[in-house]
Each structure stands twice: as C-alpha cells, then as structure tokens.
Design a protein around this ligand. Sequence first.
Ligand SMILES: *Cc1c(COP(=O)(O)O)cnc(C)c1O
Length: 354
Amino acid sequence: MDTLTNNIEVVKTKSSKIEEVDFDNLTFGQTFSDHMLVCDYKDGKWQAPKVVPYGPISLDPSAKIFHYGQSVFEGMKAYKDKDDNILLFRPLDNFKRLNISSKRLAIPELPEAYFMEGLKTLLKVDSAWIPKKEGSSLYIRPFVFASGEGFHASPADEYKFIISTAPSGSYFAGKIKVLIEEKYSRSADGGVGFAKAGGNYAGQFYPTQLAIDRGYQQVVWTDATTHEYIEEAGAMNVFVRINDTLLTAPVSDRILDGITRKSIIELAKSEGIPVEVRKISVTEVVEAAKNGTLKEMFGAGTAAVISPISGFGYKNEDYDIPEIEQPYADTLKKRITDIQTNKSEDPFGWRYKV
Ligand SMILES: *Cc1c(COP(=O)(O)O)cnc(C)c1O
C-alpha cells in the first residue's frame, strides 16, 4: 500500500485556461491551474491517485467535512529556475506535517509515494503554469477532508486528498501593523494548534476582523492561559529581534512547526546571527520597544516567506518599530528565496528537483 504499482493516470483538460491568464498581474490564490490531483480513501484504503481537469467536486450534504470540520491542509510552492527545472523546497517536511495534522484529526495518513509521486506528476502536467517571473511561484495546496456521509459525530469512513495549484505573484503587501491579543486564542494546550486543521483558521477570522476594524492588519497570538507570551502572527510564526539577537518561541501543541521558521533559524545561525528559541514575554517586547532595543519583528511562512512588522498595539497603546539599515528580514528573505529558486548554493540540501 505504500508504493504505487502503476504510473499515475492523467486525464488532460480539453480546454486549457492558460491563455486567459495575465501572469504579470497575479493575485495570491485566485487563479487555478488546469489540473488537480485527486485521491479517494474508501474501503479502508487510499485508492489510486489521478490527475484530472481542475473543477468543482460534488459532495453529499451530510459529508462530515461540513459538520465536524475534519480537514487538514498544506501550503508549499514550486519555482522554475533559469533552465526550466521545477524546484520544490523541503517537500518531504510538508508531507510529514500533513500526516501529523491528519493523525490529530483522526484522518487516515497518506503513504509517502501517493503524496510525492502525485505532486510530481501534477507539476509536470501543469509545468507551463509555474511562473518564472522574479518573486512569482506556483502556490501548491494539498488538502485532505472527510467526504464520508452521515450526521453521526464520528470520523468519516471516506476522505478525499486533493492537490490544487495556483500561480501567484509576489505576496509582499507592505509592512504590517499587528495587535497583540489579550482576550482571544487560536490554540490551547492539548488542542490542535500544531496541526494545519481548517477549523483553526475559521476560529481566527473573527478576532482578526476586530483587529482590522481597529486599524491593524494581523493579530499576534499569545498563550491561551496567561496571554503573557507571544506565539504566532496570524497564520505565520513570529520572530523578534532585540538588539542583535533573533528570538522565536519554541514549537509546542499550540505553535505550528513552520518550515520557514526552522529554515530561518538555521540560516540565521549560519550567518552568525545569535538566535534564541525560547518563550518571549509581551512585557519584554514592550520594554524593548520603549527603550529602543526592539529592532525588528516579522512573521514567517511559505506564502510571504518573511512579512515585516512596522509596529504593534497592546493595551490601547501603539508602539512603532523604526526602520533600520540592513534588517535581518531582508538578508534572510534573500537567502531563503535564492536557495528556493536556485540562484545560490544550497548547503542545507533543502532544494528538491522534480
Ligand atoms: C502554515 C503555518 C505557518 C507557517 O508554516 P510554513 O511551513 O513556514 O509555511 C505558521 N503558523 C501557522 C498557524 C500556519 O498555519
């Protein structure tokens, strides 16, 4: 069951949409490539994956995804280098994390070959959809959800694994202002915060909207028990630079183990930047902002890679993080994207050629 005995079947679209797409003006996650990978779980096992034309799927209204939110996903990117090689970044880590998320949501885990061979087949079929423009990439969304039917609150007996892709332009939306959350939480001890479970994001929308209404773009989540320690920025991991030291919170039940986060930690160390992985108290960040030692704050995640933060709100006060020369954010973002797009050596072995 862990190996694929046959080549993956490919059913090609009869009407490609690629000519309609303006690759110079792509918005994030709004344009979808011609094909998708679909794989069904039924009769107690994952069936043969298939590449088919991208399009709507039909589900019974009692499908458990609608009622009990049994769903997990991943986010990754494919790039094309100057020789048209298709490149991925640490894709096995996404595969492993998808299964970690699935396990927590009582979703059957996928065999590695189904994910990796499925992904590679899809990328080859839709290779023309991978943008080559600087800063652009093909955003990849693998996801698994409960398609099995019935109102009984129990795990479904049928699931769908789908990979869809979306050519995307540079995600950079300018610096963001964030609100350090004092009331709401995105995750708790023993919960599902470490999983990329769909419901985690639904639960963030309302508090994030409240922050947006107050003039911020994102929420910085704090620990659910005391709200004294900062944990993540929206759906990104968060880094803080105090003096020359880069700080980030340790991953836990509550904090997602981001691939960008762990790559940044390794890259920063290799650049000789002092890095500390430890709890970061809000008090410490506020003090550093007041005495001028808070040099940088940024979010880290696949979509934006690094998202610099220009200031934060906390207890009805606003704190600015003044611009500095040569921020770590710029150095680290360049190093990571150069590795991803084959513009530099890859001493860590992170790049994966399809
Ligand atoms: C996906 C995600 C991240 C970032 O993970 P990457 O692997 O770097 O993309 C961080 N926090 C949350 C909550 C996420 O969902």
